[in-house]
Design a protein around this ligand. Structure first.
Ligand SMILES: N[C@@H](CCC(=O)N[C@@H](CS)C(=O)NCC(=O)O)C(=O)O
Length: 212
């Protein structure tokens, strides 16, 4: 099986997919294509396969193209024949996807913050908007601190995966926000998350960006 994943080592949504690939034993089947998806400059080549010009985008062998990270992870999960599922059936299903949405929402806040603080022209940046993003980031972290017993209460799934990756992203880009401060249970939960081989194999890093 040859799959093509439009990929970046800087993207948290891509990392979510990479962790899922490792968890499901499919990482070896993917060819990674380094793609720079700039929110301010649509990528003409990427738009040939994903009109939204976003990564992750996965090209399947049969010519189908999948996005976004939720859909790609669902597909990855469906390839496995045995073992625990990232998208569990039954009573845990909604909790797993609700937690996936929370982790994804935290990433949306973080990415919007970066766009506002780094990419928009200086005179257009809004301090009020950035403060709103900071409030939401800490609101999610507080919610997660209270939510840790729930996370411990079910086997590893797409909710744990997405929340864990989102917190890794805060370490990568928002160290100054110190999300662990006064959140010992969440810090402990995340320490264990970071021990997973799938997480260790997919660390974020700033590489040289491709020109196109
Ligand atoms: N909801 C999407 C978000 C994907 C996303 O926004 N990816 C960023 C890279 S981290 C991107 O491609 N940004 C380019 C853009 O917004 O045009 C997912 O879960 O895959």
């Amino acid at each position: 099986m040859v799959l093509v994943l439009h990929w970046s080592p800087r993207s948290p949504y891509v990392r979510k997919v990479m962790v899922a690939l490792h968890e499901c034993g499919l990482a070896h089947a993917v060819q990674l294509v380094r793609t720079h998806a700039d929110p301010m400059i649509p990528h003409k080549g990427l738009m040939q396969v994903n009109p939204l010009s976003k990564i992750p985008t996965l090209e399947l062998e049969d010519g189908r193209v999948l996005f976004d990270s939720h859909v790609i992870c669902r597909w990855i999960d469906g390839q496995g024949t045995a073992g625990p599922r990232l998208f569990p059936a039954g009573a845990s299903a909604l909790d797993a996807e609700r937690d996936e949405a929370l982790g994804g929402g935290l990433l949306d806040v973080a990415l919007s913050w970066l766009v506002e603080a780094r990419l928009r022209p200086l005179e257009q940046r809004s301090a009020a908007l950035i403060e709103t993003y900071r409030t939401k980031l800490h609101s999610v972290a507080d919610w997660l601190e209270r939510h840790v017993p729930v996370l411990h209460g079910r086997p590893f799934d797409i909710g744990h995966l997405t929340i864990g990756v989102a917190l890794c992203y805060l370490d990568f880009r928002f160290e100054a926000e110190d999300w662990r401060k006064n959140r010992p249970r969440l810090a402990g939960w995340h320490r264990d998350f970071c021990m997973r081989p799938s997480v260790r194999a997919t660390a974020f890093h700033d590489d040289a960006r491709p020109s196109a």
